[in-house]
Every structure is written in structure tokens, then in C-alpha cells.
Design a protein. Sequence first.
Length: 115
Amino acid sequence: MHHSGWRLLKRLENRTPKPTATLRELLKYNLRTMRSYLMKEDFQRFWTYRSGYRAGTFLDAWCTLAWSAPAIKEMAETLRRHRDLLLNWFAAKGELSNSSVEGMNTKAKVALRKS
């Protein structure tokens, strides 16, 4: 397990074959760390839902399950506190763009260059 922590942070689609093989080896041990890793990977499904209602149902179930994993309990509490804001993403999907944020980033970069 030593020096394997970074492998747990990479998303599945961004991994090369060697780290994936190491993860398979780590999964053989029933460690709390691996349970937290699996919960992290499972949460990625939240962003694939098209319906806010279904995403909310998934989020509630995931947060309830996360309470049993001390390493991510705090994250679950944060997600529950911001549940409505997270579900707004589904309501606004396709109607809003991030162009205003990009514009502000550009203005900030220009201001930094001038200073």
C-alpha cells in the first residue's frame, strides 16, 4: 500500500494499465482506504444523470452510505449541505454557459500582465 495513494486519486479513464493492475491487487485487501476509493469512483455516476430527481435520489443514497466510511463522512456532510445547489446544475444544464466565468478569468489574466 505504501506509495500507492496517488493511484487512488486518478480517475478510471485516466489510468494506464500498470496502475490499474496495482489497484486490482489492492482491492484484494479489504481496506478502509479501498472502500473510500470505491465510493469516490461510484460518486462519478452522479454527473451522468440527466434528471435532477434521479440525481437527488442517488446523492441521498450515496451520502447515507458514505456515513459508514469515516474518511469521506465530512465530504458527505458537505454534499448534503449543498444538495440544492448541486441539483441546480441539472436544472440549468444546457441553458447556461460558463462564458461569463471565462471572461472574468481573461480579465484577471490581463490585469496580472499589466501589473
